[in-house]
Write a protein that binds this ligand. Structure first.
Ligand code: SF4
Ligand code: FES
Length: 359
């Protein structure tokens, strides 16, 4: 159903919750324009409906309008996932003419100072506000995305008011997901249970007062859940991710899973990778499941949760996601939450070459 095209890992921001891997792909290894045009052809042929142009910052690629035009010519719905800081009126006009369907613009916060501290880029907030206004003036649907952590969980109501003021039709309030840089910074970013409750109340209140004005998607931190999320809608069921260097993955963190070759779009077709590659077949369906998932009535709802989370927290990608209260390893989550420090440690910013040692 969906292709996430990670065009580049380059980005002017340095968010410590970035979902990109700790080992970022350099510019020299990126797929070329011709490679991406071929990927889009193969995706359309395979039946993909939506393409999300992402990164890093996808606008760092000069060929973005050409890729959008090609996606539109194939009937693919196109979404640009951007920080907005590189957007100009001229590029936006080019993208609109090329047939871009939707823009998802990320904000680090509602207030300038904490936003720019988190993104590590002075002047970014004004650029983002200007980008949002440009998108709306162009008549393009806008989703405003806010990533939530312990430093900003009390400002969710004001974030949603900002989304309305900017003319967004949809807002995404997404608690940090603890993969990649987010996992490395977990102790600094994880909200308390009380903060989560406050953020949830702010979303519920806004849903009531902004009904018909703003649609709100809410993504919670699954460490506080009883049942895991159906990560990616199930492994190899509806989603494919292509990294800047051409690795084809069932999810953005799948390169952490060892033991099977990582498929490469430069050497194999998307259809062959989707159907036959050992990586895509590894956790597809329910046959791979251990107990308690194997006998659980919910196994085709959450597909056993997240394989990358099981690997990161338990060292075993084939284990039941420890977020699940039925998992024999669920105590690991309680231990992590109990060990959160009162004072958050310093953030490790996303930069090339300073990958911290994660869990
Ligand atoms: Fe989901 Fe497995 Fe937990 Fe059942 S036991 S709720 S399938 S993670
Ligand atoms: Fe890889 Fe959830 S992020 S399966």
């Amino acid at each position: 159903m969906s292709l996430l095209a990670e065009l580049t890992h380059r980005c002017p921001l340095q968010c410590p919750y970035c979902s990109n891997p700790l080992a970022l792909d350099g510019r020299e290894g990126e797929l070329g324009t011709g490679d991406w045009l071929r990927v889009l052809d193969q995706a359309a042929e395979l039946g993909v409906l939506q393409v999300h142009f992402s990164g890093g910052e996808p606008m760092a690629r000069r060929d973005l309008p050409e890729l959008v035009r090609h996606a539109a010519s194939l009937g693919l719905y196109s979404n640009l996932i951007t920080s907005g800081v590189l957007l100009t009126e001229a590029t936006l006009a080019q993208l609109a003419k090329a047939g871009l369907d939707h823009v998802q613009l990320s904000f680090q916060d509602v207030d300038t100072a904490p936003a720019e501290t988190m993104g590590g880029m002075p002047g970014a907030q004004q650029k983002k506000l200007a980008a949002a206004r440009m998108v709306v003036a162009e008549g393009m649907p806008l989703t405003a995305n806010f990533v939530i952590h312990r430093g900003n969980a009390g400002r969710v109501g004001r974030m949603l008011d900002l989304a309305v003021e900017l003319g967004a039709r949809r807002a995404e309030i997404a608690h940090t997901q603890y993969y990649g840089w987010g996992l490395a910074n977990r102790a600094a970013l994880m909200p308390s249970r009380a903060q989560l409750a406050e953020a949830t109340r702010a979303v519920e209140d806004a849903r009531a007062r902004l009904s018909g004005v703003l649609a709100i998607d809410y993504v919670t931190p699954d460490y506080y859940a009883d049942q895991p999320k159906p990560c990616m809608g199930g492994w190899g069921r509806r989603f494919v991710n292509i990294s800047p260097s051409g690795h084809v993955l069932p999810c953005h963190a799948a390169e952490t899973i060892g033991g099977v070759p990582i498929p490469d779009i430069r050497t194999d077709s998307l259809a062959a990778i989707w159907a036959d590659s050992p990586l895509f077949r590894l956790f597809r369906g329910t046959d791979w499941m251990p107990e308690p998932c194997r006998g659980c009535a919910l196994r085709e709802q959450d597909w056993g949760g997240c394989r990358c989370q099981a690997l990161a927290l338990l060292g075993d990608a084939a284990a039941t996601d420890p977020v699940c209260t039925r998992s024999p390893d669920h105590a690991r989550i309680s231990e992590i939450l109990a060990d959160l420090p009162q004072t958050p440690p310093p953030l490790v910013y996303r930069r090339y070459g300073n990958a911290p040692t994660g869990e």
